[in-house]
Design a protein around this ligand. Structure first.
Ligand SMILES: [Zn+2]
Length: 335
């Protein structure tokens, strides 16, 4: 039955059909065609990474459209690209990261039609991950006879996917501008566990999200506004939670009641003489009103980026019975 298809059909099967969650396969296909047409049998990982990254840079020259279907995330390649574009990463380092981080799924899975890997096996290439990729004759043949067609099919498929992804993404352009802004001002993850004692002082041993007791062994420092967007570890955005609650919340936007809770927590810190007071005042503002506005601005930014994907936690959550508020009132009253 397989005999009725030729190599060109199989290639199209890979590129044109199937459900793509992201554009990786398309970009890799393009690199494979370009590198094959240079008549090289063995491709260095760095060369492949460079070609793959260049394809995205070229793609984003006119417009950076979403490259995957989940509206709350961007692909690893886009993160690297945005860091490169905003000057956080230089080109060579960006290419190196592509080779390390972007190929884990796409290179092993490229030669799959639907979900079936057995149909084409290693028809077009095999690889030694992180090192080299070896082009096979079938790919040389189709590139030799049909290169221009293959490239134009790839571009068409790429546009089609971007168009489909954009439909779910709200204001993509604005959200991308906001991401860039946070990348420019952001920094690499710091260890957070040293904040636990301080945060406990304002929160007690209860989870910020579900208000149940947390054992020390399960305590997790969580970014209320997801770190993948804000890219900082400022204390005003950190709370303690169960690791499971943290996992459920994932990179979603918290409902506004949690933001209100966070604002109150921060005002509570501002009412104390802790050294963090200065830090919060520097990052959010010197007056209560400034801090409120800065926090709301961040919340609105993140809302755009995450396209209103909320996490409200359990519908049974009740502010009235949340011990956090009792504690807060006690602290305020004792001041
Ligand atoms: Zn919890």
């Amino acid at each position: 039955m397989n005999n009725q298809f030729d190599d060109n059909d199989y290639w199209k099967g890979v590129i044109l059909y199937g459900l793509n969650q992201a554009t990786y396969k398309i970009a890799l296909g393009k690199s494979l065609i370009e590198l094959t047409s240079l008549n090289k049998e063995v491709i260095d990982w760095s060369e492949l990474s460079k070609s793959f990254f260049d394809n995205y840079i070229d793609r984003f020259k006119n417009e950076h459209l979403p490259q995957q279907s989940n509206s709350s995330r961007i692909t690893r390649v886009e993160k690297i690209y945005l860091q490169y574009k905003t000057g956080t990463l230089d080109y060579n380092k960006a290419v190196e990261l592509i080779g390390l981080e972007a190929f884990g799924d796409v290179i092993p899975r490229f030669q799959t039609i639907g979900t079936d890997k057995t149909i084409i096996g290693e028809k077009f290439y095999h690889f030694d991950f992180g090192n080299k990729l070896y082009i096979h004759d079938s790919l040389f043949k189709i590139v030799e006879t049909d290169k221009l067609n293959l490239l134009s099919e790839i571009d068409a498929r790429w546009s089609l996917l971007e168009g489909a992804f954009k439909i779910n993404q709200g204001d993509w352009t604005l959200s991308n501008d906001i991401r860039e802004m946070y990348i420019t001002s952001g920094y690499d993850r710091k260890p957070l566990s040293n904040n636990i004692p301080f945060l406990k002082g304002y929160q007690g041993n209860v989870c910020f999200y579900c208000s149940e007791h947390i054992d020390d062994s399960d305590i997790h420092v969580d970014h209320v506004l997801p770190r993948q967007v804000v890219r900082h570890d400022e204390i005003w955005n950190l709370v303690l939670s169960h690791s499971l609650c943290n996992l459920h919340k994932d990179d979603f936007l918290v409902g506004k009641h949690y933001l209100e809770k966070l604002i109150l927590r921060n005002e509570n810190i501002m009412g104390s003489n802790h050294p963090w007071k200065k830090k919060i005042s520097e990052t959010l503002g010197a007056t209560k009103n400034e801090r409120l506005n800065t926090t709301l601005k961040h919340y609105d930014d993140v809302k755009v980026v995450l396209n209103n994907r909320y996490w409200e936690n359990s519908p049974s959550y009740n502010r009235e019975t949340d011990p956090f508020y009792k504690r807060l009132i006690t602290v305020i009253n004792n001041r």
